[in-house]
Design a protein around this ligand. Structure first.
Ligand SMILES: Cc1cc2nc3c(=O)[nH]c(=O)nc-3n(C[C@H](O)[C@H](O)[C@H](O)COP(=O)(O)OP(=O)(O)OC[C@H]3O[C@@H](n4cnc5c(N)ncnc54)[C@H](O)[C@@H]3O)c2cc1C
Length: 395
């Protein structure tokens, strides 16, 4: 196993060019905390962003931060916190769920489009990513986007690269727009609701003018005996007082919620963001994307096929975290069959390498989409050296 650690973009270009000649595929790595995401790949060499670290631009007044791809996410977040700002999309930390160690990097957050509960309000990592520098599969350095949204002209490669899991190129720098951190955060917790009732409550709240920033439901037995339905409010203190009053009144049918602040509220959302309730078990873990109101229907259909399944909901019901006995195929067939009538899709997040090599980890694409995906891969990486097969077999 060869490990390449370039300290400049020019070195990264030279490494890629040398690899094209020998035809050796490369794994791309940041802190390696998310190495288990995607299909299992066979590569003998790794290209690491560990030597590309540091904030390259931070303009609090312009609400923009840029950093080399290997910069620890924690450093970016601490730099922003000093000026009362934050990344808008609350990136998930995969270490607890995947049982990995190391430092998550900002480049991998961009490459994996890693987002958290705040996505329903603020969008995904992709929506805040406004600029990238990347080495393509020809060993050329490419810049797309920049420090301001307006500079995005022509093809928006930035959005394409977010979520490509290293298959299109090696990111060397990423630029995100940022937001002010909230003055106060409050979580309202209703207890004992069924999945259907809870998702109805969350939908009513999200459809109201009182702007919840996160909306989740943990059924009975998931982290506590009683089911918990959560709405998070953020912003100025006065605004939270008003919005929580109005929401409690709007949802009075469901009883009076408990109000959590500070560490109690923060810990609860870390559990949801990082799916910590499924950490340390042998189960396979999936993320299902469905229309929010279809969430309970999807889980009921899956429970009918897989009696041992456990789950919880984020994004108002639109994201279902599902844990099932790993078996031979992580129940891929049963889960995808249950989702088909609802039009949702399923991504396998945690499973042994042998299963991730055998079953499609990402939702299989329709033929025309697969052709487009293969064409994009071919134009970025004609020799197929970056993470071959990571997202789809043969691409
Ligand atoms: C000198 C110059 C340089 C520029 N450089 C860049 C650049 O580098 N990158 C870039 O991305 N863009 C660039 N632009 C484009 C510029 O950013 C856009 O024109 C601007 O973003 C438009 O935003 P606005 O809110 O001012 O829209 P407006 O100017 O208010 O409206 C834009 C259009 O939408 C219509 N419209 C507005 N509101 C509504 C509505 N509610 N319903 C229906 N129609 C509506 C208007 O009638 C108009 O036709 C440049 C423009 C100029 C003049």
């Amino acid at each position: 196993m060869t490990l390449h650690i370039p300290t400049t973009e020019a070195q990264a270009c030279a490494i890629v060019k040398s690899v094209i000649g020998s035809g050796t595929p490369l794994s791309l790595a940041g802190g390696n905390t998310r190495a288990g995401l995607g299909r299992t790949t066979q590569t003998q060499s790794t290209l690491s962003s560990a030597g590309l670290s540091g904030i390259t631009i931070y303009e609090p007044a312009e609400m923009v931060i840029g950093a080399r791809a290997g910069t620890p996410l924690a450093l970016v977040q601490a730099t922003l916190a000093e000026r009362g700002q934050m990344l808008p999309f609350e990136p998930m930390d995969h270490r607890a769920l995947l049982g990995t160690e190391g430092e998550p990097t900002i480049g991998a957050v961009a490459a994996g489009n890693i987002s958290g509960p705040r996505r329903i309000n603020a969008g995904a990592a992709r929506d805040s990513l406004i600029g990238i520098r990347l080495v393509n599969g020809r060993g050329e350095a490419i810049k797309s986007g920049g420090r301001v949204m307006k500079n995005v002209t022509g093809l928006d490669l930035v959005k394409l690269v977010a979520g490509s899991h290293g298959t299109l190129g090696f990111l060397t720098e990423v630029i995100f727009r940022v937001l002010p951190a909230p003055e106060r955060v409050v979580t309202l917790v209703w207890r004992g609701l069924s999945d259907e009732t809870a998702v109805g409550l969350l939908s009513a709240a999200l459809g109201s003018p009182f702007e919840p920033f996160a909306a989740a439901h943990l059924p009975e037995g998931i982290g506590a005996d009683q089911a918990r339905t959560l709405l998070r409010l953020e912003n100025f203190s006065d605004s939270i007082d008003y919005r929580s009053r109005e929401l409690i009144e709007l949802l009075r049918l469901h009883g009076t919620p408990e109000m959590l602040e500070g560490a109690a509220s923060g810990e609860l959302w870390h559990d949801v963001r990082d799916a910590r309730v499924f950490a340390g078990t042998e189960e396979a873990v999936w993320r299902l994307s469905v229309a929010p109101t279809d969430g309970p229907r999807a889980t009921a259909a899956i429970a009918a096929r897989l009696p041992g399944a456990r789950w919880f909901y984020d994004w108002g019901g639109g994201l279902v975290w599902l844990a099932v006995p790993a078996g031979d195929d992580a129940a891929a067939g049963a889960i995808r069959a249950a989702l088909k009538p609802l039009g949702g899709h399923a991504t396998l997040v945690r499973a042994p390498a042998a299963i991730r090599a055998a079953v499609p980890v990402f939702e299989p694409l329709a033929e025309p989409l697969m052709r487009v995906t293969a064409g994009i891969k071919q134009s970025f990486d004609p020799a197929g050296i970056f993470e071959p097969g990571r997202m789809y077999a043969g691409i």
